[in-house]
Design a protein around this ligand. Sequence first.
Ligand code: GDP
Ligand code: ZN
Length: 461
Amino acid sequence: MQFDTIAAISTPMGEGAIAIVRLSGDEAIQIADTIFHSPGGKSLAKVDSHTIHYGNLIDPNTKEIVEEVMASVMKAPKTFTREDVVEINCHGGIVAVNRVLGLLLREGARLAEPGEFTKRAFLNGRIDLSQAEAVMDLIRAKTDRAMDVALNQMEGKLSRLIGELRLALVETLAEVEVKIDYPEYDDVEEMTVPLMIEKSMWVREEIDKLLLTSSQGKILREGLSTVIIGRPNVGKSSLLNSLVQENKAIVTEIAGTTRDIIEEYVNIRGVPLRLVDTAGIRETEDIVERIGVERSRKVLKEADLILLVLNGSEELLVEDERLFEAVSGMDLIVVINKTDLPQKINMQRVLELTGVDKVVTTSLLIDEGVTELEEAIAELFFEGNLESNDLTYVSNARHIALLHQARATIDEALGAAELGVPIDMILIDVTRTWEILGEIIGDTVQESLLNELFSRFCLGK
Ligand code: GDP
Ligand code: ZN
């Protein structure tokens, strides 16, 4: 395909000492060459592909040196976009980088739209749509594990799986069509329906497996919403601080000085947590009343995980027990804090009332037990759900929605087959399933959807 040459700053604005301006398109090398001057007078048009060159950028109008740069030349098709690509590494700040970009635009490049580089990679057949989206996830990946998911997807694992499902469907369709087309078979239905049912059931099962992993995928990108609750002064803020290893939340001797709900994003052994310290709501108020506050109720309801903190140096209070009730049925880790002090808590009763089979004990004052807590969190999350080497799961909302659609459609086909609906009718649903699955990898996707998708990418990617 033929496109104009686009340019954009492809490193985050203001971050890092080096900024990269990327050019892609047929004229990428030529445009860069008009402003690039190597000390030896070498032209970028004559260099080998995938080489890096030192030189100055000179404004052709004023003959003024704009920047000292390293320019990488990468020729099609072995580039991300499958077009000629030049990357100009500048070490100046935002002003300098913008000047470089401005020069390139003046010399004939067009400012890239958000996601346009990735869009080209897709349009030029370098990657399929789910891989393109994985690039977007990669850009946004907040933790290593989320990064792994994105990478795996990019490598096409999901694409391959979807491809297999579609192949099974299309083969079935073909086989059924052939039988319908040969009238010498006297009972077409009897021969084709069982085959259709068998294949459709397999596809439905595989979709279900993928969907099972999808809630996990969602958590991996957004962070497991984790709420720290407990009576005033048991050590909630201290716990938040320990986990965050920064001192953003205020820890104090006087109950009730932490004012707002505090949220922190942490990565615990590959599990991203969005930690919420409810302590901020109003620690001076009665805890039951506090839990009654609409806001904390909502926070609790939306939580994926509860860290319930108790003070081991005090007996269990009725307020603690109310909390046990409030969180019953939720994923819960009970933390008994202040183990450095003489212990008064009735551990047996804690186990009985909360229904957990073990508790984590900590002394946040002397920094003990935090490692064990982190292990407990990771264990709870990965328990039987994730194999570290098998991360093919779906983490993209569009993919999840399409998988649900595909599942509903294949389900309809199966329902119709059972009701004895004529085979031609069933084929419509099977074909539709094949189409929907194709949308995940961008095979049957509409142009407008494409534009919408790619405009969500970061600029310069
Ligand atoms: P919150 O009200 O539940 O958020 O509790 P804070 O984290 O603000 O802690 C209340 C008080 O308990 C502070 O003075 C902390 O220093 C103290 N504290 C926290 N953890 C421990 C611990 O493990 N042992 C002891 N002795 N004091 C602690
Ligand atoms: Zn607090």
